[in-house]
Design a protein around this ligand. Structure first.
Ligand SMILES: [Zn+2]
Length: 114
């Protein structure tokens, strides 16, 4: 347990840009899934999501689930997850820093993000 180092860890995490935060947290959540033996077609996962909302409008919040690229970076990588698309397997909106993402909810690879 690293309880005494939590303030340092928080400080380091808050200094990351969005790309780095996604890379760190998605891999942390994958490790949690492995620890709790969540795998295959049925299970529960921790995911990183970003919501957009307007408290002054009567609209549902818009939620994107942040995924990592499916393949080693294809070239046009951004520091923020500007690319997004719908997962063909589970239907959630996946946002990514590259054009092909792995869905953080169901694990489908190759989600097209534009
Ligand atoms: Zn999915």
């Amino acid at each position: 347990m690293i309880t005494k180092d939590l303030p340092l860890l928080r400080s380091q995490l808050t200094s990351l840009n969005e790309r780095e935060l996604i890379e760190v947290m998605v891999h942390v959540f994958e490790a949690f899934a492995n620890r709790f033996q969540v795998s295959g077609d049925i299970g529960a996962r921790y995911v990183l999501a970003k919501s957009s909302f307007n408290k002054n409008e009567d609209e549902e919040p818009y939620i994107e689930f942040l995924g990592v690229p499916s393949e080693p970076y294809l070239g046009y990588v951004q520091d923020e997850a500007f690319e997004n698309g719908s997962c063909p397997t589970c239907g959630v909106i996946v946002a990514c820093i590259d054009k092909l993402a792995t869905c953080p909810v169901c694990g489908t690879m190759g989600v097209q993000c534009t």
